[in-house]
Design a protein around this ligand. Structure first.
Ligand SMILES: Cc1ncc(COP(=O)(O)O)c(C=O)c1O
Length: 465
């Protein structure tokens, strides 16, 4: 009995994180659930961090961890990178302020650099988050096609607004047929019209997608997807090519949401790896190096819909309105193209131009180390993912192809592994993916593989809790 107690990762977690627990109790008196983004929550309580540098984070109980959450992948250069700090400080010194509310040279300079890596972005616009970027891309697609219904894939996340917060993490019992999934809302308070206006497609099933899209081709203006679902399940190359061809034929705007994959599959995102060019691309996360940013880029004829039209914009009071609002595509935002964030983004590109190959190699070494351990302990499963993101799955399936495959993996054991890794100083939010950064050292990778070795041994050879 005593041995089982010692090996119970949940009781060890509680013993190790009393200050986090106390903090969360107080936080709950201010914010619902003590958090201001539900993603920050996990049971029994989140670990509250107080300091980070490079690849390491320290919590309020002074526990130190190697961080693989990296703020959901956005910190591709790790914590507190000196070059990014310098870039921001120098920009403020140079400009004398941090925000003009006017055009700024970095909007053009950053845009040109993005265009070299994403040639599909003939024109682009900045937003303040990935959510805003995908939202704008849908409006652009609707304006271009005149069709307002959109299609998205089961298990894909594009932000928390009503039209796309559908069938992201649905109950498989309610999700219907795999080849024609039901559209299920993911939040209270959503109007049913959104469910009716969003078609749910099965990922990596071209035949089924083609049939569903053909059926509703007169209504569907856009298909949006994460080219690598959740950053970890790659689309098959033939699926990507097929989807490109069928959307083109049916006059549907193809949107690659590369908020996770941009700057993590390489500097040109998944589209460069696949050699498939979407009509629109959305970026975010790593592109801002940990600061809030979003980008929508794509075909000139589509993006140009957002160009200001004299006498017609909501904010244009210089003359009386001479154009109907329906002729204008509204896009604005107080902080769009924030100079400090663009300075950070430019520094991220500088760093990744030198180091992205190395980050991907380190990730590969870590994945191989974990896969070898799965093999050694005769555990079915291993790592999934490409570029500098991956996840760990326990499954007897040869290949994970979509959301439903992922749901059939052994999630309970994965959770146990995650909590045991926390005890060994390896941090990602339980059940999350792993994001490797330029700041992870070879020693970090060795330590992580060693921690996995101990944990897999405890879980599969030792007593279970
Ligand atoms: C693929 C994808 N699209 C959009 C978003 C939304 O981005 P943000 O959280 O910056 O609003 C996310 C965030 O996780 C994402 O992963």
């Amino acid at each position: 009995m005593a041995v089982r107690e010692v090996n119970n990762p949940m009781s060890e977690f509680l013993e190790k994180t009393p200050s986090s627990k106390e903090f969360m109790e107080e936080a709950a008196t201010v914010m619902p659930g003590g958090v201001t983004a539900n993603i920050k929550h996990f049971e029994p309580h989140p670990i509250v961090m107080k300091y980070a540098k490079g690849s390491s984070v320290t919590d309020v109980d002074d526990n130190k961890y190697i961080d693989y959450l990296m703020s959901y992948g956005s910190l591709v250069t790790g914590h507190g990178h000196e070059k990014i700090k310098r870039a921001i400080n120098e920009q403020v010194e140079q400009d004398g302020t941090w925000l003009f509310g006017t055009p700024h040279h970095l909007e053009v300079e950053m845009g040109k650099r993005l265009q070299t890596y994403f040639p599909s972005m003939e024109r682009l616009r900045y937003t303040n988050s990935g959510t805003e970027a995908t939202l704008l891309s849908l409006r652009l697609a609707a304006a271009h096609t005149g069709k307002h219904k959109v299609a998205k894939f089961e298990g894909h996340y594009h932000g928390g607004y009503d039209q796309m917060l559908i069938s992201v993490n649905p109950s498989v019992d309610e999700a219907g047929e795999a080849h024609a999934p039901n559209a299920l809302p993911e939040s209270k308070g959503m109007h049913n019209s959104h469910v009716q206006n969003t078609l749910i497609l099965p990922f990596n099933d071209l035949k089924a997608c083609e049939a569903l899209l053909r059926e509703q081709q007169d209504e569907i203006g856009a298909v949006m997807l994460e080219p690598v679902q959740g950053g970890i399940i790659p689309a098959d190359a033939t699926f990507m090519q097929g989807l490109r061809e069928v959307t083109k034929e049916l006059g549907i705007v193809l949107i690659f949401d590369e908020v996770k994959t941009g700057f993590r599959m390489g500097l040109g995102g998944a589209q460069t790896v696949y050699g498939v060019s979407p009509d629109l691309t959305t970026l975010g996360k790593a592109v801002g190096g940990g600061f809030p940013i979003g980008i929508v880029g794509g075909k000139k004829e589509i993006i140009m819909n957002s160009a200001p039209t004299a006498g017609a914009d909501v904010f244009d009071s210089s003359q009386s309105k001479n154009t109907s609002a329906k002729d204008v595509l509204f896009h604005s935002g107080t902080y769009n193209g924030h100079p400090m964030i663009l300075a950070a983004g430019m520094a991220v590109i500088d760093i990744l131009e030198q180091e992205i190959g190395n980050v991907i190699e380190k990730t590969q070494r870590l994945k191989t180390g974990i896969d070898d351990l799965f093999h050694h302990y005769k555990v079915q499963g291993g790592t999934v993912g490409i570029g500098s993101i991956f996840s760990v799955v326990l499954t007897n399936k040869e290949k994970i192809q979509n959301y439903r495959d992922l749901q059939q993996t052994d999630l309970a054991t994965r959770k146990e592994i995650d909590f045991r890794l926390l005890q060994k100083g390896i941090y990602t939010k339980p059940m999350s993916r792993y994001s490797v950064s330029t700041s992870h050292t070879e020693e970090d990778i060795d330590k992580t593989i060693m921690a996995f070795d101990q944990v897999l041994q405890e879980v599969f050879e030792g007593p279970r809790f």
